[in-house]
Design a protein around this ligand. Structure first.
Ligand SMILES: Nc1nc2c(c(=O)[nH]1)N[C@H]1C(S)=C(S)[C@@H](COP(=O)(O)OP(=O)(O)OC[C@H]3O[C@@H](n4cnc5c(=O)[nH]c(N)nc54)[C@H](O)[C@@H]3O)O[C@H]1N2
Ligand SMILES: Nc1nc2c(c(=O)[nH]1)N[C@H]1C(S)=C(S)[C@@H](COP(=O)(O)OP(=O)(O)OC[C@H]3O[C@@H](n4cnc5c(=O)[nH]c(N)nc54)[C@H](O)[C@@H]3O)O[C@H]1N2
Ligand code: SF4
Ligand SMILES: [Mo]
Length: 728
């Protein structure tokens, strides 16, 4: 008899409910869970591929060690011992900073990996801490920290109630909403806005799949959004439409906003962005006079050259129209586990130290991932010689992935905690594979930060792993325990660390969850008579528990010391001259005649990064194709299906061309996370269609100077026809 297991899909922050029919350890089907409190049955194609991952012959089950260039299986004990001995030895000889840690996306939706971030950082005690955040959402965290006092105080659009949705640099029809968890249906929510008599306006250099669900779409020249947003703010002020609203007494530096923007005039903004002054003024007035409105942007704005400014300006627009912490505007979820205050030091920090080679300031005790390669490759005191790489495939996801790979080849020792040998982990000396996606329990400790409604769910593991099989929590926990013992400087300290380590083994993920829920906003706390949300309640409700619509939480919820919102942090204002220099004074920093196109990314609808291991998801016609506007194609004599060579300041790749006017002239568009051509990895995918890696041509030297976020959108390139035909 088959059974159904319900769980929350862990693949992205959208957090849809899935139902998995299984029998005798085999998965029969994966579908949407119609009773799920958030997604109500909606899913995208991606979780269906998880059944391939579950049985994937390429997925590792045992630790691997590289011997004479080849991976061989070793025991867990040997793998843990060798890993921690090598890491401790490097640190003893060269200092703590000689070991770096790097964590990628699969940490964020993985409670076991998340819970070990803090202990790992404590034991590593290195300034060389890197994560995928700096090639994703760091500008958001940066702005929240400086305006609201906490890097994770996420503003989430109240999409269910808003009357006007201004959407920039996000394609929710494909991504299903980032930092805005709705279930796989945000585009339907746009239709809902329209049905309420409201409006959705999209600003994107590509007329994306989402445009179909918007009332208006405007092309914008990549990386000029900050100017467009300034145009809106100036109009709102000049027409007398700015209002402080309920939060007025709790906002400081309001008076600094307008003067800071005085150097930017609307006619020039219109000329540079490509959006007419009339449209800018109209959109500003519509936004400011709409009953409620929300201005929201995601990776198209955060992974560009002015990510920090864009995110600040979007916050300002919501603030000066009183759409902040108000229904229909930006709101803050109240998560069942209070991840904000749980960890001391999680609020954020800035410039308490700098990177060794290019003097970049830390943010939240992290350095920009774009400098990791140079920190490994540049000789001198403090050079990185050891790396702990967890749940990220930087070779394909970081700017200049090729250089990163070259750097990995120069390490004395690298350990990867990852279920696959891929473009990144192939450089490791040891790989420690965690159990599969259904062999561990799940709670979205982090992604609830982006909830559009308040809810919680817990899912036990579906299958017992093959023995011995360890979760990320157990693997990273064991690294921490053994590394700490090896680092302890004398026998007494060693004993103490050993004892603490032995005790820590009794702390399970479930124990932490139970405590987190009990002491969270819906829990009973220390009161034994009070009824509250518990882990048992979540266990009894596999479709999730609804905890209410988002509520106003300000000003009490602010983390700033003076309990005020800083509307114009000085550090952020100081970045405005860079914006002006680029677009008003023409300081490009590269030869605009030679590199005459700007390349932007897109996501692959049916997959994401590591899910390319699923045959079912990557089959069909190749999706790693280059979108070229007919005008630019004609200039280069390019025809549909031709192979073209894209060259940037750091490299070249070859890709097949699709001619479409959905990208604006001067802009070309390619998906990232492809390029499965590296030796010894993903043979089966490579045989299907390997594609090329966009990040072989993104430039690690160019970043958002303010926040340190990598720039993968709006990269200057040239495009030439080559004589090969597309291989079907
Ligand atoms: N299918 C699928 N879904 C995913 C993922 C995946 O890999 N595949 N990844 C998940 C993750 S980790 C994330 S962070 C989210 C990301 O979610 P989104 O931010 O929605 O990601 P994209 O679809 O890449 O949207 C970015 C948009 O920005 C546009 N853009 C590029 N440059 C500029 C610019 O200068 N200005 C403006 N205005 N727009 C610009 C691009 O054309 C693109 O439409 O998606 C999540 N969902
Ligand atoms: N050009 C360009 N570059 C981009 C982007 C873009 O739009 N354009 N998007 C950026 C964004 S938003 C993101 S989030 C990053 C994503 O980039 P990465 O953070 O590198 O994410 P993935 O490529 O999905 O790689 C995830 C890794 O985790 C491993 N993994 C899977 N499950 C588990 C698990 O349970 N435990 C462990 N330990 N490992 C696991 C996989 O094998 C894989 O090695 O890429 C960024 N880079
Ligand atoms: S949008 Fe797709 S990948 Fe993301 S949680 Fe929903 S089903 Fe999973
Ligand atoms: Mo991301």
């Amino acid at each position: 008899m088959s059974e159904i297991h319900y769980r929350t899909c862990h693949l992205c922050e959208t957090m849809c409910g899935i139902s998995i029919e299984h029998e005798g350890g085999k998965i029969l089907s994966i579908k949407g869970d119609p009773k799920h409190v958030l997604s109500k049955g909606e899913i995208c194609p991606k979780p269906i591929g998880l059944q391939d991952i579950h049985i994937d012959p390429d997925r590792l089950h045992k630790p691997m060690k590289k011997v004479n260039g080849k991976f061989i299986e070793i025991s867990w004990n040997e793998a843990f011992n060798e890993t921690t001995s090598k890491l401790a030895a490097i640190q003893r000889k060269y200092g703590n900073n000689a070991v770096a840690t790097y964590q990628g996306r699969s940490t964020a939706h993985n409670i076991g990996a998340l819970l070990t971030v803090h202990p790992l950082r404590q034991v590593a005690n290195t300034q060389n801490t890197y994560t995928g955040s700096t090639v994703d959402q760091q500008p958001h965290n940066f702005v929240w920290y400086f305006m609201l006092g906490h890097q994770f105080m996420a503003t989430v659009p109240n999409i269910d109630q808003t009357d006007y949705f201004l959407l920039l640099g996000s394609n929710p029809k494909v991504s299903n909403g980032a930092m805005m968890s709705t279930g796989a249906n945000p585009h339907k929510k746009f239709v809902g806005i329209q049905e309420r008599g409201g409006k959705v306006v999209l600003i994107d250099p590509r007329r994306t799949e989402s445009a179909e669900f918007c009332d208006e779409h405007h092309f914008i020249k990549p990386s000029t959004d900050a100017l467009f947003l300034i145009g809106l703010i100036k109009t709102i002020f000049s027409k007398g439409l700015a209002k402080k609203g309920r939060l007025g007494p709790h906002i400081k530096n309001w008076e600094k906003i307008q003067p800071a923007l005085s150097n930017f005039d609307l006619p020039t903004i219109a000329k540079v962005t490509g959006i007419s002054q009339h449209d800018i003024e109209r959109i500003a007035c519509e936004f400011a006079t709409s009953k409620t409105a929300v201005c929201y942007g995601r990776t198209g704005l955060s992974m560009q050259k002015f990510g920090g400014l864009c995110n600040w300006l979007m916050m300002v627009i919501n603030l000066i129209t009183a759409n902040f912490d108000e229904p229909g505007g930006m709101m803050f979820p109240t998560t069942a586990i209070d991840t904000f205050t749980a960890i001391e030091g999680a609020r954020g920090s800035y410039d308490t130290y700098r990177s060794r080679v290019s003097n970049r300031p830390e943010f939240a005790m992290e350095l920009p991932v774009a400098v990791l390669a140079e920190e490994i490759m540049t000789p001198g005191k403090g050079k990185i010689r050891g790396l702990v790489a967890i749940a990220g495939n930087g070779a394909l996801s970081m700017p200049n992935g090729k250089l990163f790979e070259e750097a990995l080849g120069q390490l004395d020792f690298m350990v990867a905690v990852d279920p696959y040998i891929n473009e990144t982990t192939r450089h490791a000396d040891i790989i420690l594979p965690p159990v599969g996606p259904f062999e561990k329990s799940h709670y979205d400790l982090f992604y609830h930060t982006y909830d559009t409604i308040n809810w919680a769910a817990y899912n036990p593991r579906l299958f017992k792993p093959e023995k011995p099989g360890y979760t990320d929590f157990e693997i990273i926990g064991e690294i921490v325990r053994r590394w700490a013992v090896k680092k302890a400087s004398n026998p007494l300290k060693k004993l103490k660390v050993r004892l603490l380590g032995a005790l820590s083994k009794f702390i399970t993920v479930e124990f932490i969850l139970a405590m987190g829920l009990r002491f969270g906003p819906y829990g009973s706390g220390i009161n034994p008579f009070k009824k509250g949300l518990t882990l048992n309640i979540l266990k009894e409700n596999p479709h999730g528990v609804f905890l209410g619509k988002p509520k106003r939480i300000l000003p009490e919820g602010l983390f700033t010391n003076d309990k005020k919102i800083d509307a114009a942090p000085q550090l952020i204002l100081a970045d405005l001259p860079r914006l002006k220099a680029r677009w008003f004074e023409g300081v490009a920093g590269y030869n605009e005649e030679e590199y005459d196109l700007l390349i932007i990314s897109r996501l692959t609808e049916r997959t994401l990064g590591w899910l390319h291991h699923s045959q079912r998801l990557v089959k069909g016609p190749p999706t790693c194709t280059l979108f070229v506007n007919p005008h630019d194609a004609k200039n280069r004599k390019l025809k549909e299906g031709d192979m073209a060579c894209i060259t940037s300041a750091v490299g070249s790749i070859e890709v097949p061309v699709v001619i479409t006017d959905n990208v604006m002239p001067g802009v070309i568009c390619l998906p990232h996370a492809w390029g499965h051509t590296r030796k010894g990895t993903r043979q089966r995918v490579a045989n299907a269609h390997p594609g090329a890696s966009l990040n072989d041509i993104t430039d690690h030297n160019v970043m958002d100077e303010l926040t340190g976020n990598a720039v993968v959108h709006g990269v200057p390139v040239k495009l030439e026809k080559i004589r090969k035909k597309i291989q079907a």
